[in-house]
Design a protein around this ligand. Structure first.
Ligand code: 8YV
Length: 326
């Protein structure tokens, strides 16, 4: 008797997924509906993980996840690492490529949110929004006014990294009549803004230095003591990129010494640990890596992350591979 062909919707047994992050329910639910998902099994139960490892065809990760060659080597059926995030500096892309594994990310859909947050942090720092809120709540208003803030409109903005999000930040800053300069590996054609070849030169010509360059080895500690000195005692730094891009010890020292005026930081070297020195400073605004953290944008990122993973496992073209895998 002829055996029946499996129905098209029958799940393929090698379509098992390892989640290496605490993914939101709106990504986990579609993944679990389509695949068997092992949540951080490699960390929680290595023996059980060894059993399922040969069947894992995909890794679902976040922008902060770290996936190195050692993990890839345990997953002979691995085809794709799908990152829910634009940054993929924690993924060893060269190791993935060497093993024929594609890496995808979620560019584009978060530009608005990250740019909005960069502007919000710049305003929060210069107009003292967090400090003013604490001042009113503490009942200090009755004792006199809050000290004066710093004007943003018309000031000089330096953008470190003029990619998609950098351009979205510049677009918003133009509405504040800011004078915009930037640094990047090479000048971008068609942009009206002043180009400076190095962060130090840009900092010399900036009141607010916004960092929005990719993380990873190429930009590690790009913003160092020299750049902070160039920014000067009236200058402020805003980081919505990766903590690794700023030398955090040099930043703390510069803030303590008054080498720069203030900092607004959404990202840190060792998240979620934020140096006590920064937490104690009054000229610093701190947020917990919320650049893309709106319901609308996270949903769009989840849809794209699922779409990439599902496309790869079902033989359809990828939606957004990282540049190295295009
Ligand atoms: C998120 C991010 O923190 O996109 C990135 O690179 O850092 C963020 O948007 C995270 O990846 C959400 O999963």
């Amino acid at each position: 008797m002829k055996t029946r062909e499996p129905a098209l919707s029958t799940p393929n047994p090698v379509h098992e997924v390892l989640s290496v992050a605490n993914l939101p329910p709106f990504l986990m639910e579609p993944l679990q509906a389509a695949y068997t998902v092992h949540q951080r099994l490699h960390e929680t139960d290595p023996a059980a993980f060894a059993q399922v490892a040969p069947r894992i065809a995909a890794i679902a990760a976040s922008g902060e996840s770290k996936v190195g060659a050692a993990l890839m080597d345990q997953l002979p059926a691995l085809k794709i690492i799908s990152v829910m995030g634009v940054g993929y500096d924690g993924i060893d892309v060269a190791a993935a490529q060497a093993r024929g594994i594609v890496v995808t990310h979620t560019p584009g859909v978060l530009n608005d949110d990250v740019a909005d947050l960069a502007i919000a942090l710049m305003l929060a720092l210069s107009r003292q929004i967090a400090r003013a809120d604490r001042f009113v709540r503490a009942g200090d208003w009755a004792n006199g006014p809050l000290r004066l803030g710093r004007k943003v409109s018309g000031a000089r903005l330096g953008v470190v990294g003029m990619g998609r999000i950098g351009q979205a930040i510049a677009h918003r800053a133009a509405a504040f009549d800011m004078r915009i300069g930037y640094t990047a590996r090479t000048p971008k054609t068609g942009l009206p803004h002043a180009y400076w070849p190095t962060p130090a030169e840009l900092a010399t010509h900036s009141d607010f230095l916004v960092v929005i360059t990719p993380g990873g080895a190429a930009t590690r500690k790009l913003i160092d003591a020299e750049v902070l000195r160039a920014l000067g005692p009236q200058g402020c730094v805003i980081n919505v990129a990766r903590g690794s891009v700023i030398d955090e010890s040099a930043l703390v020292a510069a803030l303590q010494a008054g080498t720069i005026a203030g900092a607004a930081l959404d990202v840190f070297e060792d998240e979620p640990n934020v140096p006590q020195a920064l937490r104690e400073m009054d000229n610093v605004v701190l947020t917990p890596h919320i650049g893309s953290a709106t319901a609308q944008t996270r949903q769009a990122m989840a849809d794209l992350a699922f779409g990439n993973l599902d496309a790869k496992l079902n033989g359809r073209p990828l939606l957004s591979p990282v540049p190295e895998c295009q």
